[in-house]
Design a protein around this ligand. Structure first.
Ligand SMILES: [Mg+2]
Length: 436
């Protein structure tokens, strides 16, 4: 056997080695590939609620940690994250897919895919640090040096529910220092304040107590009011800034078509989640397709959907024009990349959801967006909540957004780190060992 090593692969061929010896030959002539200073193993999985965002930390035996984050609306997530701990301890975190094979099946539509998604992002953070490259390199490399973000998270309180109030609110968003080129506003059943403020807007009682609980057939008065608010907002954004509308869920197919056709002259960038969305635990591809085929306005959905398989119908039936998976709900950034590629070959665009994804999530969005194909529009910009989040994270550009874009950075992994001492002062007592 020692002779094989000295002769090398070509020598073995000339000696007439059987093809079945190839694997053994490889082992003899090429040392086992190791990462960093040696093999790396996951030694712990932790979750702390920092501010309003659950933060996931994967600890390794090589002094490298990876971080991921879940939406700021999910402060209850800790036990769901820790549920996966025993599945991933001892695994090599740089074999991201192998780790995910163990846990991906144990997730579901929003919010139950969040923990798997945050773990996936933390694994890529580690893999990038071990390889010494930014995460976008591991997703296929960047095709753009700056990524467009849409607004999103920079919001101002409403002063009322008239078209004039919506115009004024949109003007403030337009004037924000980030200079967004695309603004999203909430209308219809996605906006209970708008709907509940008008008498007899639709044929059901206003409902509260869970997110986006209203649905039903709109009255003529209700539909007219929504359209008037949209017209007022579009007057403000003009032709240079796109206006997208988060609309539902809860519209009937016919109301959705009537509404979409009414706003066609306004060139709305997309209409989001008219039929299903947010916390709806299924996509309704056939109904979306009926709306999509009936209007020239792009129809959008997908923020609550978990995994590529659940986008299959929407994409293959071309049921929508734009999909908006959230990396913190869909199963992570590589999962979203795969879905975006599959959408692209079906002529469907991608605008990832992200309003509540926090600053670690923002970093994940930037690396992902750098590597997405040319069907990419923009991702939804998250903000740090509360404001002190900007003081505990290092590595983000300052300012983060310039004229609606974010420059892609090149530090290894996600390229953002915690100021541990500063961050520790914001930890709840039960999370006090999170950074130890
Ligand atoms: Mg939405």
């Amino acid at each position: 056997m020692a002779n094989w090593t000295r002769r090398g692969f070509l020598g073995s061929l000339s000696a007439g080695a059987a093809a079945t010896s190839f694997a053994a030959q490889q082992r003899l002539t090429q040392p086992e590939k190791r990462t960093g200073n040696g093999s790396i193993k996951i030694t712990d999985l932790r979750c702390a609620i920092i501010g309003r965002n659950p933060v996931v930390r994967i600890v390794t035996d090589q002094g490298i940690s990876g971080y991921g984050q879940a939406e700021s609306t999910k402060a209850y997530l800790r036990p769901m994250v820790l549920f996966y701990k025993d599945y991933i301890l001892g695994e090599d975190p740089t074999d991201v897919e192998k780790v995910l094979l163990k846990i991906r099946r144990l997730g579901a539509f929003k919010p139950w895919g969040s923990a798997v998604s945050a773990i996936e992002i933390a694994l890529w953070d580690i893999a990038g640090q071990v390889a010494g490259v930014p995460v976008y390199k591991l997703l296929g490399g960047k095709i753009r040096d700056r990524v467009r973000a849409y607004n999103g998270g920079v919001r101002f309180p409403m002063t009322g529910q008239t078209p004039q109030d919506y115009a004024e609110n949109t003007a403030r968003m337009k004037e924000s220092k980030e200079g967004f080129t695309l603004i999203k506003q909430a209308v219809g059943f996605h906006n209970p304040a708008m709907m509940h403020a008008m008498p007899n807007g639709w044929y059901d009682e206003p409902r509260t107590g869970t997110s986006h609980a209203d649905r039903g057939l709109m009255t003529e008065r209700g539909l007219d009011h929504v359209i008037a608010c949209v017209e007022a907002m579009k007057k403000v954004t003009g032709k240079d800034i796109g206006l997208a509308l988060d609309c539902g869920p809860g519209w009937t197919v016919k109301d959705a078509i009537t509404f979409a056709r009414a706003v066609e002259p306004l060139h709305i960038t997309w209409l989001e989640d008219l039929i299903t969305g947010d916390y709806t635990p299924y996509p309704n591809a056939d109904l979306f397709r009926e709306v999509t085929q009936s209007t020239s306005i792009p129809i959008h959905t997908g923020e609550q959907i978990y995994l590529r398989q659940n986008f299959k119908d929407l994409i293959e039936k071309q049921a929508v024009n734009v999909i908006g998976p959230d990396p913190e709900d869909v199963g992570g950034i590589a999962e979203l990349k795969w879905i975006a590629e599959y959408a692209d070959i079906h002529g469907i665009l991608v605008a990832p959801h992200g309003i509540f994804d926090g600053l670690i999530g923002l970093a994940a969005h930037v690396h992902l967006a750098a590597a997405l194909p040319q069907n990419y529009i923009a991702f939804e910009y998250p903000v740090g909540q509360p404001d002190w989040w900007y003081e505990i994270v290092d590595g983000l550009p300052n300012p983060i957004v310039k004229r609606g874009f974010i420059d892609v950075w090149d530090r290894p992994g996600l390229g953002v780190t915690f100021h541990v001492q500063a961050a520790k002062s914001h930890l709840a007592d039960e999370d006090r060992h999170f950074f130890d």
